[in-house]
Structure formats: C-alpha cells, structure tokens
Design a binder for this molecule. Structure first.
Ligand code: UDP
Ligand code: MG
Length: 311
C-alpha cells in the first residue's frame, strides 16, 4: 500500500486566504509520489472559514476538517491536527501561504529517506519587518544561552515528522504551557533541514500581536530553562558580598556608622527590586505548575468532517 502524507493546516479567521491556499496546494499535492490528506483544523474562527472548509470537504474527499469548540491558539490547533492525522508523515503549515506548498515534494523525499524530523528554516522572511527579525534573533540567542537544549534559529512552525516521531508527540509532550517547535527539535530521530523563503501573507492579517509573541517567549524560556530560578541564589550571594564589603570598610576606616542616607535608600530600593523580581519569576513557574496540575484539555473538538474516527 502506498504511503500517505498528512498536511495539517491550522486555520483562524482565514476566509480570504483559504481558497488561495487550496488552489496553490492542490496541484502540488496531486503531483506527489505519496497519497495525501489535507487536514484543516479550524481554531474557532469567527468568520466564514468553517463553511469554506466544509464546502471543500464536500467537493474533495482528501480534505478533512477538525473543528475546535473555540480559539485555542495556533499550537493547540497543530497538536489537534497531529492527533487526528492518519498519515505516515505529517507536515504542519500555515494557511496564509507563508509556507510555500512547493516545498512538499522535497519533504516527501526526505521522509522517504527515513528522516524522522524535518525542520524548515526560513532564509529570509519577506513579511516580517526589521523589528520582528531582530526580536526573533535575540529570542533564539537568549533561549540557546539559557537552556541546555539547542534550538535552530529561524525554525518556523513549518515542519514535518514521521509517524514514529508523531507518536512521541501524541503520547508524551502533552504540556499545557509549551513550545511545540522546540519539542520537535529535541526528540531526536534522523533529522533534516530544508531552507525555504517565507512568503508574504496571501491575505488577511497576522494573528500574532507583539504582546502574544512576548508572552510566548517568556513561557518558552520558563519551559526550557530552570536558570531563572537560580537568580535568587546569585542575588543572595551578591547581597552578602556587598554587605561584607561595607562591614570591612567600616571596621577598617573606624568611622563608626557610615553616613549616607542616599546610599541606604538606593541600596534598599535595589535589593527590594531584585527580591520582587525573583518572587515574580518564582510566581511564573508556579503559574505554569498550576496549569499543568489542573490538567485541562489542550483543545476541545466540536465536530469533524471526512475523518474516520474508527482508526
Ligand atoms: N492560527 C491559529 N490560531 C490562532 C492564531 C493563528 O490557528 O489563534 C493560524 C493562522 O490561521 C495561520 C497560522 O496559525 O494559519 C499562523 O498564524 P499567522 O499567520 O497569523 O502568524 P504569523 O505567520 O504572522 O506568525
Ligand atoms: Mg502567517
């Protein structure tokens, strides 16, 4: 029996981009040496996306639709797609054509060669401005410095995994606060990197605000590194050394109590700032623990179309 490629596409308010995506992807998929399924995950779109997807599924039996009960976010939608995908290889990509479908044949080639994880690295990002490129570069520098696992800079949410690698993501790695791209790069397996040029968004607007990206970066650092927790120990050591220095200085110069109201106030403010910062960091970790302990579902499926649930 021939192999099947599952193409997982997360969709959130993409009514304009969807028809273009389908038009562009269909001929490429039809030309593949593998059979395929085109699995759209509707992440609680509030526009006409779901109706468009159902229409596509009616016309084309390769199209499958998983509808989530509300907006759970891009990563949750990708996880839902991976869970429902039935293929021997799974590709995750965006609906806005920023991830060019013409890369799919190369991905299939790599899967055929036995690769378990295929990372797509963007060589240039046509749509991101300078600010986004600089913040992205600094983020990768920081996470690679702080964490013992290594991340490919410029790796995108465009990636492919074999069935075996997907099973690892399905069985383990069910964290509620997570960085899917990071896991994919750190589960091992035979790996391949394919470069591609990120295109301009076909239509509509980016769903990631700067704020969302900031929250996302903080969570990732906390998920992959315990180093911030050690800040308390370093700050404690530093404060002790500073105290010792002042004590020695006072004793040696025999001045009695050192004068200097400003010094005391500044030191006090500084130490409290460090203290509260560390309490805040610990709070963030507790927040993550709290959401893991509650163990709420990563996503909730409302309805599916063209999906054989018996498999
Ligand atoms: N997306 C999603 N849920 C969300 C936000 C985005 O499924 O809450 C989808 C969106 O429809 C698109 C992909 O994730 O297919 C990437 O989103 P976007 O293009 O807005 O991000 P950017 O490319 O600007 O980083
Ligand atoms: Mg995009």
């Amino acid at each position: 029996m021939g192999k099947v490629l599952s193409v997982v596409v997360s969709v959130y308010n993409e009514e304009q981009a969807l028809p273009m995506f389908y038009q562009a992807a269909k001929p490429v998929l039809d030309g593949l040496s593998w059979d395929y399924e085109l699995l759209f995950v509707n992440d609680g779109s509030r526009d006409d996306s779901l109706r468009i997807l159902h229409d596509l599924a009616d016309q084309d039996s390769h199209v499958r639709v998983v509808g989530l009960s509300r907006n759970f976010g891009h990563e949750a939608a990708m996880i839902a797609g991976i869970d429902y995908a039935a293929g021997d290889g799974i590709v995750c990509m965006d609906a806005d054509l920023q991830h060019p479908p013409h890369c799919l044949p190369t991905i299939v080639e790599k899967l055929d060669q036995g690769c378990g994880v295929i990372t797509m690295v963007r060589t240039s990002n046509q749509s991101a401005g300078m600010v986004k490129n600089i913040t992205s570069a600094s983020f990768y520098w920081l996470i690679n410095t702080l964490s013992d696992v290594k991340f490919e800079p410029n790796a995108s949410d465009f990636f492919a995994v074999s069935r075996k690698a997907a099973d690892v993501l399905r069985g383990n790695y069910r964290e509620k606060v997570r960085f899917l791209r990071g896991y994919v790069q750190n589960i091992g397996f035979k790996r391949a990197v394919i470069c591609y040029e990120a295109q301009k968004r076909a239509a509509g607007e980016s769903k990631y605000s700067i704020r969302k990206l900031f929250d996302f970066s903080i969570n990732t650092i906390l998920c992959f590194s315990n180093l911030p927790l050690k800040l308390g120990i370093y700050a404690g050591g530093l404060a002790a050394l500073m105290g010792l220095a002042v004590m020695v200085y006072t004793l040696c110069t025999r001045q009695g109590a050192p004068s200097g109201y400003a010094t005391i106030v500044i030191l006090n403010c500084f130490m409290f700032a460090v203290l509260f910062l560390i309490v805040g960091i610990i709070g963030e970790y507790i927040g993550i623990l709290f959401s893991e302990v509650k163990d709420r579902p990563i996503y909730i499926v409302e309805d599916t179309k063209n999906i054989d649930l018996s498999k």
